[in-house]
Ligand binder design. Structure first.
Ligand code: ADP
Ligand code: ZN
Length: 618
């Protein structure tokens, strides 16, 4: 039943890509050899092709288990665009409709069948499994099988027994973007994978530009950013429903085509807004973290966090929704010290003490990310335990920053000795950064006086600094590991094992200028614009107005077929098209993302549009 297509021919003729990405060829060849596979690859790495190509080559019906209807629908739409026979059975279907699909599959009309794991419970489905040839079972989002993971789904536990009950054991291929070793081992065990070929590609997402913005006026920063990226697709994440409401309203008032999403809206509005965003009818989605799970929109060009999330894990997952198509995208975090309090409050409202401690620890790493001067990408990769990542990536907000570094050795010494003196005075108690700033600025407020802090030698040592400047430096010292934040319910500062060696060593400490310590000139805006400028350059088509026209054409075409625009062509395909202006079939086929089926379907209308555009330029 196998056909003679080779993987690379399938990649080129069906999917229209010239070469495999990292890891894809190995996984495909292992599956074709009959070996189980576990692929751990970040979002956007191209996991789908790793099983779609073997499924096409092996023939028969390959089953893809996937947790979300929207994901399945997108994948099926995208495959059909390439004339691959794909179908889905989901919970919203009647039994009759499902039976029609089984019948079609038995007749050889379905090559890839996407189903939710809940289906495995039904006797009808089990009968179906033993009535056709099934060479491959794919478990997408395989971390859902693990109780350690953050999206555990009990129905995933049905997968292994179902496979065991099949007349002939298919190859089993599991994929996930979650990399922790516990989850990985758990997947192998829970799915009973047989000596699987395990491939973990790096966690880096090269096309994402990471940036942290320290700005007092977030809304203005946001609006400035929107002006630069006018009708590109983007997500703005806020930590509360209230913030979603007010940010969305402000964006709309400024003429931005934004919609909102949070758990407090009724389901109709949520669905409607989500759809507007996915179909490019709204440019910006303003949402809480309730939005995004199962959203496969590949042309999200930026994700802005209006508030700091509670952990790097959540941050990377949410920010990672940008740039799934591999084209450059921005991940910007707007940091304000007050977000720390909100995040701590959310953790403190839990009841489990161990979970709270773990929560504070994760939050600590998130705060450090916001305050480090070092490479942001390196910080994230180190956090996820990736070894061998370069110290500087050259393309994140820190690496491209031109804010000057100032010598803050003296200030650091004053801050650290103040932390020491306050503890000494109170028999070892620890205090937060507000108290620290009050003492260093020589405040006589009640709590300072009642603790006798006006009598310690560091009182008033930094009168000329704003409280924010002192807090920024304390945050920076924490990010650098010279101070730690305790894991109590209130954030307090304490020495670490690095503090004393640092004080003794007389090493110089340099910190990049922040925005409100009187450094208006080298403020972050400028820095961000440089970052954005870099981003713009990488994104840019050499014919931006043709790119806009082709986007419009894509939107109309997609609407007439009832699929999202990115299913017709991803952004990078349109960018290539508008730059290379193909006019013949061969030229059109040479565009990445154009295979035989899309040439047939869209070659003429897109080449005509390009021809007209060229003529209008003459
Ligand atoms: P994942 O499931 O890992 O998040 P996808 O399978 O959705 O990622 O792939 C992300 C994008 O990369 C898709 O638009 C896909 O068409 C594209 N892609 C995958 N493999 C290649 C390749 N070899 N060359 C070019 N683009 C690719
Ligand atoms: Zn960097």
């Amino acid at each position: 039943m196998r056909n003679n297509t080779s993987p690379i021919e399938a990649l080129q003729n069906i999917f229209g890509y010239a070469q495999f990405r990292r890891g894809q060829a190995e996984i495909i060849s292992e599956i074709l050899e009959g070996r189980d596979v576990l692929g751990v690859m970040p979002t956007g790495a191209g996991k789908s092709l790793c099983y779609q190509i073997p499924a096409i080559i092996m023939g028969g019906v390959s089953i893809v288990l996937s947790p979300l209807i929207s994901l399945m629908k997108d994948q099926v739409d995208a495959l059909r665009q390439n004339d691959v026979r794909a179908a889905t059975i989901n919970s919203s279907m009647s039994w009759d409709d499902a039976r029609d699909i089984f019948t079609a599959a038995r007749r050889g009309e379905v090559n890839l069948l996407y189903v939710a794991p809940e289906r495995l419970d039904s006797g009808g489905f089990r009968d179906f499994l033993s009535s056709v040839s099934i060479p491959l079972i794919v478990v997408d989002e395989a971390h859902c099988v693990s109780q350690w993971g953050h999206d555990f789904r009990p129905s995933y536990l049905n997968i292994a027994p179902t496979i065991a009950s099949m007349p002939e054991r298919p190859v089993v291929a599991a994929f996930t973007a979650t990399a922790t070793p516990e989850v990985r081992d758990d997947i192998i065990e829970q799915l009973s994978l047989v000596s699987p070929f395990t491939l973990t590609t790096g966690f880096d997402r090269e096309n994402l530009f990471f940036h942290v913005e320290h700005q007092a006026n977030k809304l203005k920063t946001l609006l400035d950013y929107m002006k630069k990226s006018s009708d590109l697709s983007g997500i703005v994440y806020c930590s509360t429903r209230k913030a979603v409401e007010s940010v969305c309203l402000s964006l709309k008032e400024s003429g931005v085509n934004a919609v909102r999403y949070h758990a407090g809206l009724d389901e109709n509005e949520r669905l409607l807004n989500q759809e507007k965003f996915i179909y490019d009818r709204a440019d910006v989605m303003v949402a809480t973290n309730a939005f995004g799970m199962g959203i496969d929109k590949s042309n999200v060009r930026y994700v802005i966090h209006y508030n700091m999330p509670g952990s790097i894990d959540s941050y990377y997952q949410e920010a990672g929704r940008a740039g799934r198509d591999g084209s450059p995208a921005d991940c910007v975090l707007l940091f304000a010290a007050r977000d720390i309090a909100t995040a701590r409050y959310l953790i403190s409202s839990g009841t489990d003490e161990d979970a709270k401690k773990a929560g504070y620890k994760k939050l600590g790493a998130m705060i450090d990310y916001c305050n480090t001067d070092g490479c942001l990408r390196a910080f994230i990769l180190k956090y996820f335990g990736e070894r061998g990542a370069p110290e500087e990536c050259g393309s994140c907000g820190s690496c491209v920053s031109d804010r000057e570094r100032a010598d803050i050795t003296i200030e650091a010494q004053k801050i650290l000795s103040c932390v020491y003196r306050m503890a000494e005075r109170t028999g070892g108690r620890q205090f937060g950064s507000q108290m620290l700033a009050d003492v260093l600025r020589g405040s006589r407020n009640e709590s300072v006086l009642s603790l006798g802090f006006d009598k310690i030698s560091t009182w008033g040592l930094m009168k000329d600094y704003s409280a924010n400047a002192i807090k920024d430096m304390a945050n920076f010292l924490t990010a650098e590991g010279y101070l730690s934040i305790g894991d109590g319910n209130y954030p307090t500062l304490a020495f670490t094992e690095r503090t004393r060696p640092f004080l003794r060593s007389k090493a110089r400490l340099m910190m990049r200028a922040r925005d409100d310590g009187g450094n208006k000139k080298q403020g972050g805006i400028q820095n961000r614009e440089r970052g954005t400028a870099k981003f713009e350059r990488r994104r840019e088509s050499s014919n931006p107005d043709l790119f806009d026209e082709l986007r419009e054409l894509r939107k109309e075409t997609a609407a007439s077929e009832g699929v999202p625009p990115y299913v017709v062509f991803p952004d990078n395909t349109l960018i290539a098209m508008s730059s290379q202006t193909p006019l013949s079939d061969d030229e059109f086929l040479a565009i990445p993302g154009v295979g035989q089926a899309k040439l047939k379907k869209y070659g003429k209308i897109f080449c005509d549009a390009i021809r007209n555009w060229l003529a209008s330029k003459k």
